[in-house]
Design a protein around this ligand. Structure first.
Ligand code: PEP
Length: 249
């Protein structure tokens, strides 16, 4: 029996966006009714979350880009999952490759953050993906499998966990794997999820991320076991993001 999985079109604004950018979120939210076949999520910088929640008017979800593993305490500059939830976020990205690289986040740290997300009632979007060196060494599946088994949170369900496969070499480069390559990795992730989460693994959403654009979205989103997109650069304007999300009209 094929289980229907509702896709997720997600945007990661990274360290981009000021108050004026909220108009893009309002425009995406206004068009959300037309994207009837998917849930829509935008993760703006933390400075904009509360205002983004207001601009979204309940039509799309708003998420954070990272959270601390602890609920509160002496961690200057960090933000807890509980604080994100308090600001109105419903999701949080954890383990994005830029966090893993820039902040040395290990799989154990990513797992602790994902568990914090679940504790706070957020959906954790756990990001995994190989570097170009790892890919060229034929290590893609081993790297992704290792990240999954070491960073998925305990207590994960199809409701509180999303996995995003983002090959590091495809992020922000304009390069994308072929649909066949995406199918291979997503099929592998699905099998690993079923193994790791016997109850939920068959229906946890697996997003593809890395240089998704309006021009390649339909091809990438049509690949088996691709249940949506995590979009960086092309999520910054309503026009481009809606050009991707319209795959799910
Ligand atoms: C990302 O950073 O999550 C991402 C997918 O970026 P881009 O779409 O710009 O490659």
């Amino acid at each position: 029996m094929t289980v229907k999985i509702r896709p997720l079109a997600a945007g990661n604004w990274k360290m981009n966006g000021v108050t004026a950018s909220l108009a893009e979120i309002a425009a995406i939210a206004e068009s959300a009714a037309g994207i009837g076949g998917a849930d829509v999520l935008i993760c703006p910088p933390a400075t904009l979350i509360a205002q983004a929640v207001a601009a979204a008017a309940g039509r799309i979800a708003i998420g954070g880009q990272d959270c601390h593993a602890k609920a509160s305490g002496a961690h200057t500059g960090d933000i807890s999952a509980e604080q994100l939830r308090d600001a109105g976020a419903g999701f949080v990205l954890v383990g994005h490759s830029e966090r893993r690289a820039d902040h040395g986040e290990s799989d154990a740290v990513v797992r602790a953050k994902a568990e914090a997300a679940l504790r706070a009632g957020l959906v954790a979007v756990v990001c995994v993906g190989e570097t170009n060196l790892q890919r060229e060494a034929g290590q893609t599946l081993a790297v992704v499998g290792g990240q999954l088994s070491a960073s998925l949170p305990h207590g994960a369900t199809a409701q509180n966990l999303v996995v995003a496969y983002e090959p590091v070499w495809a992020i922000g480069t304009g390069l994308t794997p072929t649909p066949e390559d995406v199918a291979e990795v997503h099929g592998f992730i699905r099998r690993e999820l079923v193994d790791l989460l016997p109850e939920a693994g068959a229906v946890v959403r697996i997003l593809y991320g890395g240089s998704v654009k309006p021009s390649n979205a339909a091809e990438l989103m049509a690949v088996e076991n691709v249940n949506g997109a995590l979009v960086g650069g092309a999520s910054l304007t309503a026009k481009d993001f809606l050009g991707i999300a319209s795959v799910y009209e």
